[in-house]
Design a binder for this molecule. Sequence first.
Ligand code: SF4
Ligand code: SF4
Length: 303
Amino acid sequence: MVQRRKLDHLPDRFPLACQWEVTCRCNLHCVMCYTDCFNEPERIRQELPTVDLLRIMDDIAEAGCLELCLTGGEPLARPDFFQIYERAINLGFLVTLFTNGTLITESIADRLAAHPPHRIEMSMHGLTETTFEQVTLGRGSFHRCQQAIALLLERSLPLTLKSTAMTLNQHELLPIKRHVETIGSVRYKLGEEIRPALDGSGTPFQFALQPEALDELHRQDAQLWSEACHRRRPDTSPCRSGMRRFHIDAYGVLQLCSGNRAQGYDLLNGTFQEGFYDYLPSFGCRWKDPATTSLLHPSVTHA
Ligand code: SF4
Ligand code: SF4
């Protein structure tokens, strides 16, 4: 891991970390998924072809970016996944892979182990088959996920398991956390954010937990409680999206972050340098405190 203190010399605006949603395709259809609405043939045909994706990745590396998170959809559902992944490794990125794990076979695990990522984050939305598959809507997905965990651990790959808190799995969240804590090297993360679908629909919210239920959950676990208290602190670090972090969608559009796609810069018709330095600073966010965005372009209007 690149040590933070070695990055102190970087300017405030620097393309340090990229999250790239390389596809919206996925073999599952989770009930709270915000990309699944674009997991259909016509949309998939519009996603970045390999050659353009690799060209943009080269530009990002050339600009000095160090951290690359490959997410989706399910990145492994792209037939050219290993072309993308191995180029990223060869370019020297610290690669994080977000995956549902269910497409990981022995040979895929071997290939990942040959060029290990910095981190693999895998979804684990239930501890029982029933709950897991009520979320994923994919028969057999629970066992494939369990198998993937075993394959990755056998190869000592760095694994984080994570769940999204929902009404469907509320009763299993703490048992999942406790279970993961028994698997030596594996970390656990609880996600609490449900987002509207990319087509604007609010369908995923029907599974969101009410704030009172989340609070109740936090109070039952010292670590979750401490993290929740930390998030409420007024001096929590300001959002760095657009300053040192950025997002690219499956069609090659550069954005502030995956949660704010209101404005974008088309990397198919421009350069990454121009998009990051000339356009991204003018993108606004209604959730950002204007006091923390002093380096934004003067023409910014917060929505
Ligand atoms: S595994 Fe991830 S990308 Fe696939 S449907 Fe579920 S939430 Fe969406
Ligand atoms: S404050 Fe805005 S730009 Fe920052 S992470 Fe949240 S939605 Fe994204």
